[in-house]
Design a protein around this ligand. Structure first.
Ligand code: NAP
Length: 247
């Protein structure tokens, strides 16, 4: 029987690449998205065409009722075994002294509150004391949590720092529940997130300044996420793995 995996923000970028790789390895995948229905359906179609199983799950992770709806729809596949807490946003670059409270609230609502609620719902389903079968959770943080992202987005960096701390703490809470919790911290990955923050050339421009001399690909992050999700990482929990080309 295949294992069930929910990925938030899987309509494009790192979430999409992870969904496709996971499905090719036999996972049944819940493809969450917020607004781009066509893109999410395309991911589902690709998986089904290759002989896999996937469902599209609309909903904003920052709204608790919508998030609960995502998990309830996912429950129709059976017990949850894997969760990738991936949905996240950036905003246009600026120093903190120019940031509005509206911007900060959105950043922390989606990237922190949404991720904590997602992790909580995953834990409630996978924990053995709650009737779950155990499993593995991967949070998609960022190398920005180490670098601080000055003059660009210290708000985003702080939100990702919170995910690093959640990873450490939750791994300790859930170890005896049969659930491993880890994080990947991508660097400059070539996805549409940079355009959404008003800098479409950011990954290419800054990727050249990294030790490996290029931006990363979403598929390269997906490989690490899959390693953490599966038994290949059976003794790894509470780990933060940098996928950042040495940045
Ligand atoms: P992306 O291409 O912009 O994709 C973001 C995904 O998240 C989309 O599927 C989007 O769906 C979804 N999403 C956004 N807000 C959501 C919400 N409130 N509820 C549900 N889904 C939501 O981003 P990406 O580059 O793949 O990034 C994925 C994760 O990696 C993020 O957490 C990001 O912070 C992290 N990361 C990325 C980089 C990088 O360089 N790309 C580096 C470090 C960390 P819709 O289009 O439907 O809104």
């Amino acid at each position: 029987m295949s294992k069930n995996l929910l990925i938030t923000g899987a309509s494009r970028g790192i979430g999409r690449a992870t969904a496709l790789l996971a499905a090719s390895r036999g996972w049944s995948v819940g493809v969450n998205y917020r607004q781009d229905h066509a893109a999410a359906e395309e991911v589902v179609k690709l998986i089904v065409a290759a002989g896999g199983q996937a469902i599209a799950l609309p909903g904003d992770v920052a709204h608790e009722e919508e998030l609960l709806g995502i998990f309830e729809a996912m429950d129709t596949l059976g017990p949850l075994h894997g969760l990738v807490v991936n949905a996240g946003v950036v905003a246009p670059p600026m120093p903190l002294l120019e940031m509005s409270s509206e911007r900060l609230r959105r950043m922390f609502d989606i990237n922190v509150l949404g991720s904590y609620l997602t992790a909580r719902e995953g834990a409630r389903r996978m924990a053995r004391s709650r009737g779950g079968e155990g499993g593995s959770m991967v949070l998609v943080s960022s190398i920005a949590a180490s670098l601080g992202a000055p003059f660009e987005y210290v708000d985003y960096a702080g939100a990702k720092g919170a995910l690093d701390v959640l990873t450490r703490g939750l791994a300790k809470e859930l170890g005896s529940e049969g659930v491993r919790v880890n994080a990947v911290r991508p660097g400059l990955i070539d996805t549409e997130i940079h355009a959404s923050g008003g800098q479409p050339d950011r990954a290419e421009r800054l990727g050249k300044t990294t030790p490996l001399g290029r931006a990363g690909r979403a598929e390269e992050v997906a490989e690490a996420i899959l390693w953490l999700l599966e038994d290949s990482a059976s003794y790894t929990t509470g780990a933060l793995i940098d996928i950042a080309g040495g940045r």
